[in-house]
Design a protein around this ligand. Structure first.
Ligand code: 13P
Length: 255
């Protein structure tokens, strides 16, 4: 059984004061929900301020990016050991980083290795653009991203990862993928590629989230698909709605 995992990616939203206020309002409700892993991923600047408010809860904290070097002359970058002092998770390879900051599969691969070396749990994002989807290239693109991002990892390392399938056309658009569509990409392409690289057991062990316009009204649909193990939530994680979303996810997966 794969334990469901719901993560909120706040992207570039909320300053420190707003982040702390918001977490105070959702902390109790979120902590009371059992049976699923819950993670909040604020901007770097809010991580330190949220560490203590979340310390006595079972709510995880994550960053949204990281550099692969440990330290040195890399102005503006944040390393795995720095994050390890503050949080447990790190989102890597988000499509916005790929699109706006030229992040490649090779860079994501180096970041995953650095995160694992320092005991952080990576949430690795893959997903095709709208043009690629329209051209029928989803399988080739997503399969290629999985191979590139996971190159050189052991089966054991892969089995412990969280992947997130986030079709770019579904992010922030309200045009969510259907559960059957997303589930097929996750089951056939993502798990299929991992089975080819390692084994069917490894493919079945890795947790894979869906992300892209997930909200309280559609989360149940994704959570009941056998290949979807959770959600990576953007817009709906910025509001109190997120507690409701996680509660619904926990309810439907406990049935
Ligand atoms: P939205 O939920 O706002 O579509 O964003 C999804 C996402 O990119 C999460 O990483």
């Amino acid at each position: 059984m794969r334990r469901p995992i719901l993560a909120g990616n706040w992207k570039m939203n909320k300053g420190v004061a707003e982040a702390v206020d918001f977490v105070r309002t959702i902390r109790r409700g979120l902590n009371d929900i059992k049976g699923v892993d819950k993670v909040l991923c604020p901007p770097y600047t809010a991580l330190a301020a949220l560490r203590d408010p979340l310390a006595a809860t079972d709510i995880g904290l994550g960053a949204q990016n990281m550099y692969w070097e440990e330290k040195g002359a890399y102005t503006g970058e944040i390393s795995a050991p720095m994050l390890k002092e503050l949080c447990q998770y790190v989102i890597l390879g988000h499509s916005e980083r790929r699109a706006h900051f030229n992040e490649t599969d090779e860079a994501v691969n180096r970041k995953i290795k650095a995160a694992l070396a320092h005991g952080l749990f990576p949430i690795v994002c893959v997903g095709e653009t709208e043009a690629e989807y329209d051209a029928g290239q989803t399988q080739a693109v997503v399969g290629g991203q999985v191979r590139g991002c996971l190159a050189g990892l052991t089966a054991e390392q892969v089995a412990g990862l969280v992947l997130a399938y986030e079709p770019v056309w579904a992010i922030g658009t309200g045009k969510a993928a259907t559960a059957s569509g997303a589930g097929a990409v996750i089951g056939l392409t993502i798990r299929g590629t991992i089975a080819g690289l390692h084994s069917e057991d490894t493919a079945q062990a890795v947790r894979v989230q869906y992300g892209g316009s997930v909200n309280p009204a559609n989360v149940a649909e994704y959570m009941t698909h056998p290949d979807i193990d959770g959600a990576l939530v953007g817009g709906a994680s910025l509001k109190g709605d997120f507690v409701e979303l996680v509660r619904i996810a926990a309810e439907v997966t406990s049935i």
